[in-house]
Write a protein that binds this ligand. Sequence first.
Ligand SMILES: Cc1ncc(COP(=O)(O)O)c(C=O)c1O
Length: 364
Amino acid sequence: MKRLIRPGIQDLVPYPPGKPIEELERELGIQGSIKLASNENPLGPSPMALEAIRAKLNTLHRYPDGSGYYLKSKLSEKFHLPLDRILLGNGSNELIELIVRTFLEPGDEAVQPFPTFLVYEKIVKGAGGRMISVPLADFGLDLKAMVNALTPRTKILFVNNPNNPTGTILKKLELFQFLKNIPKEVIVVMDEAYVEFVTDPDFANGIELLGKHPGIIVLRTFSKLYGLAGLRIGYGFAREELADYINRVRQPFNANTLAQAAATAALDDRAFEEQTLHTVREGLQYLHERLDKMGLDYLPTQTNFFLIRVHPGGREVYEKLLREGVIVRAMDSYGLPEYIRINVGLPEENERFITTLKKVLTLT
Ligand SMILES: Cc1ncc(COP(=O)(O)O)c(C=O)c1O
């Protein structure tokens, strides 16, 4: 049977899908757990998006608008780019997959920093490609080493900015210089899933860099700032020619009706955007202050999540927190066994995290 499985697929590690919270609670005999593990929006979905979803429910017997006209128009207005340079996907995850399917042939190479978002490697390997992982330098992307990792077989370069799981960013000048050293034939995926949380004015915004390299594809998502992770809707920007080919690969109805309507409405939900950014800002300040008092090391962040170094190790602390109903992310699969990653929650969730972490650490 195994020989039926394509070589790139045979050594893929299954994504460990967490159990539904309800099931976990039943097994552990606990209630009222909190989840700070997936960098989600703790406030819930954008209220304007919810309203738009309700208004569309009775159209669900129809297929979605395969052109994504209204959502693309709204994005076009907001980002000042024409409709034919905009991509829509079933989450930005799907756009990563479509890019790989459009540009990468079996045996081709892709380059990524490591650690970064684990999905890039999974998709590249699944397509029969080779992923070259370039270790981070001091938790940031080592751009020089990434350039050195390019070979004539490199088709795609992944730049996650800000980078998950480290929360670090690339600045304008360094990314601009970096792009000058990337051959024109290489696709540069700039994944900006957390861009809206960035506060550093020197951040290298991919949309502003679109003209600096012909292969740039900027990816963004409604999963984080707009609280629509469960709906699966992401978007991207590329040169028209690239967008055209990627669009040929996608399924005609990859962005569903409710997702399109919700995302279009969410872009107008300024109050929710503000509330989310405020919650993250205040939450980070609270968490950092408390961790300082506890004498724990953590990484500064430009996102809604960050890494905390814990003894005796991330996996053990993760498991102990889990038994107390606090779900965080252990970082061993990211090559950072000493760390856990948490996202900012609601004020009461942040407090509960701190109290539980104290309890768990004194137990160890
Ligand atoms: C770096 C990065 N890119 C993309 C995504 C996925 O976004 P989406 O929900 O749009 O597929 C995530 C989600 O965690 C992420 O961390």
